[in-house]
Structure formats: C-alpha cells, structure tokens
Design a protein around this ligand. Structure first.
Ligand code: AR6
Length: 174
C-alpha cells in the first residue's frame, strides 16, 4: 500500500483533493500555523461552521466543508502538545491520523492530504511524529481500498526529509 502514500513539498491550502486535514486546537476556532492559513484561504464561512461543532478532543477529528478552498472537505484534528512523551502523546498523535482517515472514508473521500500534525507550535519531535504518521496511514490504507491516495504536504525541507525517510524505512520493513 505504500505506493498510495506520497510525501510532497507544498502549501496544503492549494491542494485539489477531496479532503485536507487541519492541525487544529481543541476550540476549532482557528489559530496560527497551518490552521490560520486554512481559515484565511477558506474564508469566514469555515469559522461559522466550526462554531457549530462545540470543539474537539485531542486525538479525535471533525469534518467541515472546504468553502473557498480547492478541497471539498476540511478534517480538523487537535494534535497533542509534546510534554516529553509521558502523557500519551504518541498514542494521541496516532489517533489523530486514524480518526481523520476514518472520517475521510465515511464521507466518500478518495484523496486526503495531511500537514505534519503537532510538529510546529506543539513541538512534537519530527522523527517520532513522521514514523507514527506513515505507520498509521500505511496500516489504514492496507485495510481500506476506498482511500486511493494519502499525502503528507510538507511546508519546509526539514519536514519533507523526515517524512521521506520514515516512508523509506517503512518500505524496507514491508
Ligand atoms: N501547508 C502545509 N503545512 C503548513 C502550512 C501550510 N500552509 N503552514 C504551516 N505548516 P502548526 P501544530 C506546517 O504549528 O504543531 C495552531 O495555532 C508547519 O510548518 O501549524 O499541530 C493551532 O490553532 C508544521 O510543519 O501545528 C494550534 O493551536 C506543521 O504545519 C496549534 O497551532 C504543523 O505546525 C497546533 O500546533
């Protein structure tokens, strides 16, 4: 299934896919980083729909329309803040990816793009985060042929390199 996973460099707000994922916070009412970029590009209707959702727990996900984005849907997931690893951060990050993929399947999405959840302001170590992300995505795709392609859209070169390495290591193990 790993040929259905791609790592690309780019801006997730520009991607023409069924769903993009937003690395949100529990309020779902916007913020900085990729969250701010998605809200700016989608327009105020996105915030209006998010207000009706009553927030979201860390590790879970909620879906909205994409409004002015090329993507049809936005799947919002609050990642864990990194506190050193003793507060269940790894399991919570895995749960973010899984919850987003489940929502994508439930809503008929065949293509989904992820940002690097939690590795910005939330300071999750990139090496660990990239292994978790590609591991969960590969496992899910193996069981779910309805998802044709999942991509990690990396905003900087360091992030892209880590995800490419994690995917290459996974392919060696498969
Ligand atoms: N496209 C793709 N990736 C992006 C983009 C973009 N347009 N912009 C930034 N990134 P962060 P977090 C990358 O901090 O760590 C927000 O305020 C960025 O370079 O956006 O999960 C929320 O409201 C990094 O690699 O998300 C929360 O409060 C990755 O996206 C909090 O930040 C994630 O960085 C969530 O923190």
């Amino acid at each position: 299934m790993s040929e259905r996973i791609e790592i690309i460099a780019g801006d997730i707000t520009r991607q023409n896919v069924d769903a993009i994922v937003n690395a949100a916070n529990c309020s779902l009412l916007g913020g900085g980083g990729v969250d701010g970029a998605i809200h700016r590009a989608a327009g105020p209707e996105l915030l209006a729909e998010c207000r009706s959702l009553n927030g979201c727990e860390t590790g879970k996900a909620k879906i909205t329309r994409g409004y002015r984005l090329p993507a049809k849907f936005v799947i919002h997931t609050p990642g864990p803040v990194w506190h050193g690893g003793s507060r269940g951060e790894e399991a919570l990050l895995a749960s973010c990816y899984r919850s987003c993929l489940e929502l994508a399947s439930a809503n008929g999405c065949r293509t989904i793009d992820f940002p690097s959840i939690s590795t910005g302001v939330y300071h999750f170590p990139l090496e660990k985060a990239s292994r978790i992300a590609v591991g969960v995505i590969a496992g899910y795709l193996a069981e779910h042929p309805e998802i044709e392609r999942a991509r990690m859209v990396c905003f900087d070169g360091r992030t892209e390199e880590h995800y490419k390495k994690a995917l290459a290591e996974l392919e060696v193990r498969l």
